[in-house]
Design a protein around this ligand. Structure first.
Ligand SMILES: Cc1cc2nc3c(=O)[nH]c(=O)nc-3n(C[C@H](O)[C@H](O)[C@H](O)COP(=O)(O)OP(=O)(O)OC[C@H]3O[C@@H](n4cnc5c(N)ncnc54)[C@H](O)[C@@H]3O)c2cc1C
Length: 419
């Protein structure tokens, strides 16, 4: 049997491994760190005495690749689906609170709910979203909607930051359209938020490893591939410290690593993709603290904090496209965010409770018009080498859905190739 060698145990590598194993291929995964999950992982934080995620993640009902992945690993019941779909927001400048409740587009609700419950928005403003679908490849969201448009500060910029990790001023209009097409424009069910109340690793990663280990897949942790050995347009070996893993003529190699590592291991790629940070601040809180509207998460307008998530004794704040704060000292950052939380949750406690700041400096690629042309396809010029990752050319934003799709695409290519 031929072997599929997968470098990187993030979601792209893991989804590729699942599919290859299901197709009766032998799978070996090489992972640099001591744990799987990459940019989507949990760990036990001794300071907080809690299991926390590197950053709060959210899925939407329209993420079909991810939902079928969850079904396959048996985790579908571990996620919390908010039904009917609801996105609560608070503008901390005027204390205005509203809930966006995407309607079922086939029902008469659609017309009753004319402004989606958003302040000062009319149906005709929403209709302008259709313009995104006509945008060229080099158009940003701000090129279509000016910053003065009523949807810009309360919907477009927050969605661009949440879904593309890129502010609307720089975000690709086409990519936003792609996102909306699979969610908002499909109606209520495709918009249902899904939250990881049990944590990312227990839901998405650990069950995958168990599934893989029940088959014959091997996962080698703390195995950072330093170099790929090429000969005659074929991968012949993988270099790890002072040893080489040899690659047989009918084996395939999938590079499921972030773009900078991919360029080092496969320099012909000549990538020019920029990345942007996401900052998360986690607090250990008393169980009696609640969010306005008693929600599990809340979108914020007019503050540094963009989203708050609450589960049991953990309150987590997400700031995407976080260039302006990523180099702030952690203590200052935690205090600044806690000051906002105190106000939002009406807590009378100036000193933050135990906190942890996690800065993912290269959280995702900047999802700009330029990046659209820089995202490579799965195939390479090397006969038995393939690429996967949220940053590859999936047509989707760089998210869980994109990374799982990329792993599936790579697996299909590999399965064809090494029949
Ligand atoms: C803070 C944060 C919040 C996010 N929020 C959301 C969200 O709400 N919803 C959503 O859908 N997406 C979200 N994302 C995006 C999502 O996490 C990513 O799209 C996804 O995890 C990327 O998976 P990947 O497999 O493509 O890459 P990675 O997770 O980066 O996996 C690459 C793996 O390769 C390993 N590796 C690197 N170099 C080597 C080497 N030389 N040898 C061996 N192994 C190597 C790495 O250790 C890593 O495990 C968020 C990301 C972050 C950081």
């Amino acid at each position: 049997m031929n072997t599929v060698h997968i470098i990187g145990a993030g979601l792209a590598g893991l989804s590729c491994a699942l599919k290859c194993q299901n197709a009766q291929k032998r799978v070996v995964i090489y992972e640099a760190s001591p744990q799987a999950g990459g940019r989507c992982r949990s760990y036990f934080d001794t300071e907080l005495d809690l299991l926390i995620d590197n950053g709060s993640h959210i899925l939407l009902g329209g993420n079909s690749e991810t939902l079928s992945y969850l079904n396959q690993i048996g985790s579908q019941d571990l996620i919390t689906e908010i039904r009917p779909a609801k996105f609560p927001f608070l503008n901390i400048k005027d204390n205005n609170y509203w809930e966006i409740t995407p309607p079922n587009i086939l029902s008469t609700n659609w017309w009753k709910n004319k402004n989606f419950n958003m302040p000062k928005i009319k149906l005709k403003d929403f209709m302008l979203l259709l313009k995104l679908g006509l945008a060229g490849r080099n158009v940003t969201v701000r090129d279509i909607f000016s910053e003065n448009h009523p949807l810009y500060p309360i919907l477009l910029d927050p969605i661009c930051k949440a879904a593309l990790n890129t502010a609307a001023v720089d975000a690709s209009a086409l990519l936003l359209w792609q996102f909306l097409k699979n969610t908002l424009f499909k109606g209520e069910k495709a918009c249902r938020p899904m939250i990881f109340e049990n944590g990312l690793s227990p839901t998405l990663i650990d069950p995958t490893l168990q599934y893989l280990q029940k088959g014959s897949a091997k996962v080698l942790f703390q195995t950072r591939i330093k170099k790929i050995l090429y000969e005659d347009k074929k991968v012949k070996g993988l270099n790890f410290s002072d040893r080489n893993f040899s690659i047989q003529p009918n084996d395939a190699v999938v590079l499921a690593v972030p773009p900078d590592t991919c360029s080092e291991l496969y320099p012909e790629l000549n990538l020019k993709l920029q990345t942007l940070p996401i900052v998360n601040v986690h607090f250990r809180i008393n169980k009696n603290i609640t969010l306005p509207g008693n929600n599990l998460f809340l979108g914020l307008i007019g503050s540094k904090s963009q989203w708050i998530f609450i589960r049991d004794k953990l309150l987590s704040v997400t700031i995407s496209s976080a260039k302006s704060i990523v180099s702030m000292p952690n203590k200052e950052l935690a205090q600044m965010i806690w000051d906002e939380i105190q106000y939002i949750c009406k807590i009378n406690q100036k000193t933050p409770p135990p906190w942890r700041v996690i800065k993912e400096k290269k959280a995702t690629i900047a999802q700009t018009p330029i990046a659209l042309d820089g995202r490579p396809m799965v195939q390479t010029l090397v006969d038995n080498l393939f690429i996967a990752g949220d940053w590859t050319n999936t047509g989707l934003p760089a998210t869980i859905e994109g990374s799982i799709l990329s792993g599936n695409i790579a697996a299909n290519e590999v399965i064809q190739k090494i029949k």
